[in-house]
Design a protein around this ligand. Structure first.
Ligand code: IMO
Ligand code: MG
Length: 427
């Protein structure tokens, strides 16, 4: 079959989890390739409603090997809770595998994430405070502790000792908070290690075996392109790459192995946390979208900022990811809207910008230039056939395809697994 990457096209929360939950039926392997438990992937299926933070969204199919890839940062406490919650809902988790190369979120990472946010004060990034910035900083600074280290107590203790000495100096001298205890962390992580050991192994070989057999492999992204540390709205970004390209590095396959790349976009746009958002609607329309779509963070519960579809940012996202297809989600939220706007360019001072600026100072001053399309008045949530969608909905989809130069192959008309119109085959 093929390797298909599924990545976020906007500022996250586009519905990646549900797309994976749908496509995984035919897959042999699903691998999460970046991020950590800052992600919140909502999946509604016959087992119930889930908000997955670390476990790949293919977990509901017992024959699918679900891998937490080397590119992910794992908070063991969050992962163990998630495994426990799934088991409570009778979901089999014995086919979950954790890369021994995945970095571990340690107590000082979450603590420092919060302290750094407070230090930024008005300039706070609005992080999820899950320790993501600090853990990925430690990874590249070569200070990290990895899942594989849990398998070797001496190795773990020696890495912890040297890192904690440095972290405690920062905690006590810069932030004036009490130091953390090596013994306590060691005990806590020894306990996690005992419970996670059966899941931890080298995983790129598992993926390669499936590749050789020609099985379907799904690469599950987290966050979205506009939160990418290189191409996103820096510094209002996350700390690992959510792009399709990271799907190769975060799993251990070559980029040429990826056959298709599905970009998940909402029919509108949302953002949670700080940073510019040109199409944000701070009025009753934005409020209507938020309430209708329950736009509150799956990880932090924060209200998400809502706005019209931004095709300038969308086009850029298609380019930096190399999407072959788009999955457009939440189209039903527009049911009953008299008209719908799409941002097609930005006004910056007296100029018209057609491309996404690389710096936030410019983006902050950008005013959206919108075109207005007619809405539809009926409910589309029961429709499964593209041809049966109201003409205005088909027109909206066609205009987005044109603006993004990418085919829209999947369209969701409701949150349930089967509420997805397959316009053309993705697999
Ligand atoms: P999923 O996978 C939406 C945002 C945070 C913040 C910024 C940096 O569910 O789409 P971090 O904790 O990563 O250092 O925060 O990134 N953010 C997300 N927003 N969806 C996500 O994940 C996000 N993960 C991080 O709100 O603005
Ligand atoms: Mg989410």
């Amino acid at each position: 079959m093929a390797v298909v990457a599924i990545a976020g096209g906007q500022w996250g929360d586009e519905g990646k989890g549900r797309v994976i939950d749908l496509l995984a039926e035919k897959a042999k392997v699903v691998v999460r390739f970046s991020g950590g438990d800052n992600a919140g992937h909502t999946v509604i299926n016959p087992y119930g409603e889930f908000r997955l933070h670390l476990v790949p969204s293919g977990i509901f199919y017992p024959r699918v090997t679900c891998i937490i890839g080397n590119g992910v940062a794992i908070n063991p406490a969050v992962l163990l809770k998630e495994i426990g919650d799934l088991q409570k809902h009778t979901v089999d988790t014995s086919h979950l595998v954790i890369s021994d190369r995945a970095h571990l979120i340690m107590p000082y990472h979450t603590l420092l994430d919060g302290l750094e946010e407070e230090r930024r004060s008005k300039g706070a990034l609005g992080t999820t405070r899950r320790g993501i910035g600090p853990v990925f900083a430690d990874k590249v600074a070569r200070l990290g502790i990895r899942a594989g280290d849990l398998l070797n107590k001496d190795m773990f203790l020696s890495r912890l000792n040297s890192t904690l000495e440095y972290k405690n100096a920062i905690l006590t001298k810069i932030y004036q908070v009490p130091p953390l205890s090596v013994e306590e962390i060691y005990e806590q992580y020894r306990h996690y290690g005992e419970r996670l050991t059966p899941f931890i192994q080298e995983t790129s070989s598992v993926i390669h075996e499936a590749l050789i057999k020609g099985e379907l492999i799904l690469l599950e992204g987290a966050q979205g392109a506009l939160l990418d540390p290189d191409f996103g709205t820096y510094p209002y970004v996350t700390s690992s790459s959510p792009l399709v390209g990271a799907g190769a590095i975060g799993t251990g396959i070559g980029p040429m192995e990826i056959n298709r790349a599905v970009g998940v976009f909402k029919a509108y746009i949302t953002r949670v946390g700080g940073g510019p958002m040109p199409t944000e609607l701070k009025d009753e329309v934005g409020e209507l979208i938020r309430e209708k779509a329950h736009e509150y963070g799956a990880t932090t519960g924060r209200p998400r900022r809502c706005g019209w579809f931004d095709a300038v940012a969308g086009r850029f996202s298609v380019q930096v990811n190399g999407f072959s297809d788009i999955a457009l989600t939440h189209l039903d939220i527009y049911d009953g809207f008299p008209s719908i706007k799409i941002c097609t360019a930005y006004k910056f001072d007296d100029r018209v910008l057609n491309s996404f600026p690389s710096n936030v100072a410019t983006l902050e001053k950008c005013q959206p230039i919108c075109e207005e399309l007619a809405g539809w008045q009926e409910s589309i949530s029961g429709i499964r056939d593209f041809a049966k969608l109201p003409a205005q909905a088909r027109n909206y989809i066609a205009r987005l395809e044109e603006l993004l130069s990418c085919p829209i192959s999947l369209v969701s008309v409701g949150p349930e697994r089967e509420q997805m119109i397959q316009v053309r085959p993705v697999l």
